[in-house]
Design a protein around this ligand. Structure first.
Ligand SMILES: [Zn+2]
Length: 419
């Protein structure tokens, strides 16, 4: 019979044969699909859309479907919003003055929440009241409380405010969204929405109809309304390897819940990022270049409706939904309010999905930080390397209207760019 060495030899031979057969099988498969590049792009595109579509939650019965979330659907374009102003115990308040301030902040002012969303949606979303195009504002109503009543704020103030406002013609069915403004509150928050929760929070509350504000501020309402539209916070992620060099992923990453300093769903008054806009159906599939082969690609500024390409969506091997989303910001419109340091290059984001509906975008740290540098900006001449997936992204050049981005797939590591 066989001795020990021969048995080991036979086993090694069997393993080698299996590996060779597997490699041949895989290559044949690749060979089969290579004539089918266009349909592969189409599949990726439809998967992208699919993964961004919301599934209407059964607990969300008070909401009409948000048509803007479904690219290709015709958009009604108008959401009806009510503001109910609650005056807490012992505050002096002038209804007429504050109603006008609120109207300007949310509906009519140059920097209103309405103007912000009109710009962000490229004209697809507009806010108004049920009765008035210039917004429906109810109150003040006096209440016998003088604070936030802890976590019961939603349970106590919503029925109370709705009962009081009923006398003035208010009814919740008339509105898509309701903002409760608490004057004189010592609440710890400036704004709150039922789904204003950290990642993995209560997914059944994904769409919030009711929001709170404790300040008259367009951007606080814009943030809370973002939750109402089903958005999560815009996070940032920064990872380093054992040599303290920035890498796409490692076991040493720091996530900041509000870390996207470009985006109102993060620490900012700027435009929503491209992942959020794709999700809301405001960037159409035709305005996204899906990349799965090496080359130079042009991207236009995110802010302008006229921009032909608003996002580069970069695929990586073995993952059909693109992993990286490149955008190019310019100091235009609401983005002109952003820190000038943010306009030195392009940004790259990825996302994580929770359940079937919650998409959390993450701005990626891409460049080593120096004193005058921001680690989230990829500047001309700099390259972001994802060694694990064999993909690199370089900003070649930029001007007022566009940036030129080179994407390289390393042959040995890519299944997507094989020609
Ligand atoms: Zn929030």
């Amino acid at each position: 019979m066989f001795d020990r060495k021969q048995i080991i030899g036979i086993i090694l031979m069997i393993i080698l044969l299996s590996v060779v057969s597997f490699v041949i099988y895989k290559n044949l498969n690749l060979f089969d699909t290579k004539t089918n590049t266009i349909s592969k792009v189409d599949t990726t595109l439809s998967k992208l859309n699919k993964s961004y579509n919301y599934t209407k939650d059964s607990s969300d019965v008070s909401h009409k479907p948000i048509s803007a979330l479904y690219p290709g659907f015709s958009l009604n374009g108008t959401k009806k919003l009510a503001v109910i102003m609650i005056n807490l115990k012992n505050q002096s308040a002038d209804s007429a003055t504050d109603q006008e301030l609120m109207r300007q902040a949310i509906f009519t002012g140059e920097n209103s929440t309405n103007a912000f969303y009109k710009e962000n949606s490229y004209g697809l979303l507009e806010l108004r009241g049920y009765y008035s195009k210039e917004g429906d504002i109810y109150g003040y109503y006096n209440v016998p409380y003088n604070n936030c009543i802890g976590s019961d704020i939603f349970k106590i103030y919503i029925p109370l405010a709705e009962t009081l406002a009923k006398a003035d013609g208010y009814s919740p069915e008339l509105y898509d969204y309701i903002i409760l403004y608490l004057k004189g509150s010592n609440c710890k928050f400036k704004g709150d929405a039922m789904n204003d929760l950290p990642v993995g929070g209560n997914l059944s509350n994904l769409f919030s109809k009711y929001m709170f504000a404790t300040t008259i501020d367009s951007f606080v309402v814009a943030h809370e309304l973002g939750h109402g539209l089903g958005l999560s916070h815009s996070q940032s992620i920064i990872c380093v390897n054992s040599e303290n060099i920035l890498v796409p992923t490692s076991n040493n990453c720091k996530i900041d819940e509000y870390g996207d300093s470009f985006d109102v769903m993060g620490y900012s008054k700027g435009n929503l990022n491209s992942i959020q806009k794709i999700r809301l159906g405001w960037i159409f599939p035709s305005e996204i270049t899906i990349i799965n082969s090496s080359g130079d690609y042009v991207i236009n500024s995110l802010e302008l409706q006229s921009s032909i390409i608003k996002t580069l969506a970069i695929s990586v091997p073995m993952q059909e939904t693109p992993k990286y989303y490149v955008e190019y910001r310019r100091p235009i419109g609401f983005d002109a309010k952003l820190d000038k340091n943010l306009f030195g290059g392009i940004t790259i984001r990825t996302f994580e999905q929770f359940g079937s509906t919650q998409i959390v975008p993450r701005l990626i740290g891409v460049a080593n930080k120096t004193k005058e540098n921001n680690p989230y900006i990829l500047r001309p001449g700099q390259t972001f390397e994802d060694d694990t997936n064999g993909v690199s992204i370089t900003l070649v050049s930029m001007n007022n209207n566009s940036a030129n981005v080179e994407v390289t797939y390393k042959k040995s590591n890519s299944l997507l760019n094989k020609k």
